[in-house]
Design a protein around this ligand. Structure first.
Ligand code: ADP
Length: 202
């Protein structure tokens, strides 16, 4: 069994997963596998994956599981055995979680930690409608799916298709739920302390 720490970061849109993922990757020496970012790259490149994904993303729905699983499998195959992965925005359905488990088993790895960020829906809508900012205050490129009606659809998609993963991982004893409304640096410290030795699962 690989000693790598493979970690899943869960939470509704606007919970700050992307920003927290960047901190955790640096703190724990992990490689980020963010499906939202991979998809936005594919759309920008105009690849066949991008063309299939674009309409789902614009509507605030999910991109089909098969497409996502293939994208992730390709990234995982490139990882060194001892390098841990941080999954951001993946899995988003039970089927994706099961496919991830199967893929990791084939690579002699496993999900070692799942961190879920809790943020209330009112806070999320307020955050996303203010726009996205970097930690230095500069505004990120506006995302076409940050329009209020699409944000509401993304939240509905999360409740219906992704929230069941909280039970899936809790049953397996892997889930750590944390309040995502606090200060990002303090939250990162809390996660690192909670999961123990940096970079390696026990
Ligand atoms: P957020 O968590 O803020 O919604 P992401 O950047 O993770 O943003 O995802 C943006 C969009 O990309 C989603 O609304 C969805 O359409 C698509 N997407 C990202 N990850 C997945 C996934 N694992 N499965 C299906 N669709 C995905």
């Amino acid at each position: 069994m690989s000693s790598a720490c493979d970690m899943v970061l869960l939470g509704p849109p606007g919970a700050g997963k992307g920003a927290q993922a960047r901190r955790l990757v640096a703190a724990l020496d992990l490689v980020a596998i963010g499906t939202g970012d991979l998809l936005r790259e594919a759309v920008a490149e105009g690849s066949s994956v991008g063309r299939s994904a674009e309409a789902h993303m614009r509507a605030g729905g999910l991109v089909p599981d098969a497409l996502i699983v293939e994208l992730v499998e390709r990234r995982l195959a490139e990882l060194e055995p001892d390098t841990g992965a941080l999954f951001d925005g993946f899995p988003r359905t039970i089927a994706q979680a099961e496919a991830l488990d199967a893929c990791l088993v084939r690579l002699d790895r496993r999900v070692s930690h799942v961190v879920a960020l809790d943020v209330g829906e009112d806070e999320i809508v307020a955050r996303l409608s203010r726009g996205r900012f970097e930690s230095d205050g500069s505004q990120l490129v506006a995302r076409t799916d940050d329009r209020p009606e699409i944000v509401r659809e993304r939240l509905r998609t999360y409740r219906e298709q992704t929230a069941p993963l909280l039970g899936f991982y809790a049953e397996r004893g892997l889930l750590l739920r944390l309040d995502g409304s606090g200060e990002p640096a303090a939250l990162c410290d809390e996660i690192v302390a909670a999961i123990g030795v940096a970079g390696h699962a026990s």
